[in-house]
Design a protein around this ligand. Structure first.
Ligand code: HAM
Length: 403
């Protein structure tokens, strides 16, 4: 037998229900904010990610699934933003009246060491807004992420927020990191030793435990100088989030693992995943459209890991069916179930001839009410309170519509 590829995962029917929940909530919430769905190919030219995500990132350096075909280097997309930007440019969307709001979902591929919450084929749902320079767009995409998580029944989230400033601020930031870490350079991992010159911001994102320990000693030092304009932008983002009661923690070491960001960056975390605890990551990337050959176009967005979302949803009690028909007459149960379902009442019934006691046990786990059909009346038991009433058959539907 051939086994499943390491770091990939089958989604079986019991779990697929959670994926349908994530997808239908996405349609609903993104629709409310005026987003249109975009579906881009999984395969892109390798250079798109090398130029877009950045040559010094782990993603491009170590994690891409890349292969040659007819002399062209192709890559399975490791993230969604670069492909969306390519499509935005190629399809002339920069000529549309801004903001242009796009959302997507689908599989992404990164050759990482698999562990809980980290796969080699995983899925993201993401949102990108093009054409708005002002801080309201940053605040709106963060609010969108929070609304989406709330719509899924996930309220206990932590938003971490930082600003990377503009390219001038970032040069100062990099020099400060170099200054602070100069004496520690020999103890950093080989990757970070080469990051020190090329892109020291990446050191803040290193997964090596010894590098993390060294950095921990410097976390309280202000290393991130921000110019007045970037400071005002960030202040306004915070003000807009405050006005919407979005709670956030400021984290000046949050730099994100991709090179295209400027100004606002954020992640949303839940305690569940240990070190792999970010369910959402995003930020502003005003330079990317131009880097990839389009006109200067500000942009901001985020993506969420759907496997990580599914693990959170698994912890929430599944919604119960309205009614479970407990009955040893399969044909009567079948007819009543069909009438109730036609009236929009979610109904389960046993079609396998299980003993009444077994049916009741199943009903207690999965339904709000048990129905015991009996001639012209049916017994209806509230499975939470144990209270039972007798309802005439012709009143059953209205009983459920009111309860
Ligand atoms: P990212 O932080 O690399 O950002 O990924 C976003 C989310 O995808 C993470 O927070 C995590 O939930 C999930 N994720 C990433 N890698 C894995 C993995 N190996 N296994 C399971 N889940 C994973 C981006 O990809 C950016 N494109 C986000 C963005 C959109 N920024 C602006 N617009």
């Amino acid at each position: 037998m051939t086994n499943i590829v390491k770091g990939t995962k089958d989604i079986l029917p019991a779990e697929a229900a959670l994926w349908q929940t994530m997808e239908s909530a996405a349609l609903k919430v993104f629709g409310r904010y005026g987003y249109g769905e975009i579906r881009t190919p999984i395969l892109e030219h390798t250079e798109l990610f090398a130029r877009g995500v950045g040559e010094t990132t782990d993603i491009v350096n170590k994690e891409m699934y890349t292969f040659e075909k007819s002399g062209r280097s192709l890559t399975l997309r490791p993230e969604g933003t670069a492909g969306v930007v390519r499509s935005f440019i190629e399809n002339g969307m920069h000529r549309l009246s801004p903001p242009v709001k796009l959302w997507y979902k689908g599989p992404m591929f990164r050759y990482e060491r698999p562990q809980a919450g980290r796969l080699r084929q995983f899925h993201q749902v993401g949102a990108e807004v093009f054409g708005i320079e002002g801080p309201a767009a940053d605040a709106e995409v963060i609010l969108l992420a929070v609304d989406y998580l709330n719509a899924l029944g996930l309220p206990d989230l932590e938003v971490e927020l930082n600003t990377l400033g503009c390219s001038a601020c970032r040069e100062d930031y990099k020099n400060n990191i170099r200054g602070v870490l100069k004496s520690e350079l020999k103890d950093l991992c080989p990757d970070c030793q080469s990051r020190y010159d090329k892109n020291p911001l990446r050191i803040l994102d290193c997964k090596n435990l010894q590098c993390n320990a060294i950095l921990a000693g410097f976390l309280n030092q202000p290393m991130n100088p921000i110019c007045d304009e970037c400071g005002a932008h960030f202040d306004e983002v915070k003000k807009l989030l405050d006005a919407q009661n979005v709670k956030y923690n400021l984290n000046n070491t949050l730099v994100r693992g991709l090179d295209y960001y400027n100004r606002t960056v954020f992640e949303i975390k839940f305690g569940l995943f240990g070190s792999q605890n970010a369910v959402c990551g995003g930020g502003r990337y005003d330079g990317l459209v131009k880097t990839l050959g389009g006109p200067d176009t500000p942009a901001v967005g985020w993506a969420m890991g759907m496997e990580r979302l599914a693990s959170l949803l698994e912890l929430i009690e599944p919604e119960k069916t309205d009614a479970y028909i407990v009955c040893d007459d399969t044909s009567a149960a079948f007819t009543l179930a069909s009438q109730l379902r036609t009236a929009g009442i979610t109904t389960e019934t046993d079609l396998s001839g299980k003993k009444i006691q077994k049916q009741l046990e199943k009903a207690a786990k999965t339904a709000r009410y048990a129905i015991f059909p009996g001639g012209k009346q049916a017994g209806v038991k509230n499975l939470a309170t144990g209270e039972q009433v007798s309802i005439a058959n012709e009143d059953l539907i209205s009983y459920f519509q009111n309860n």
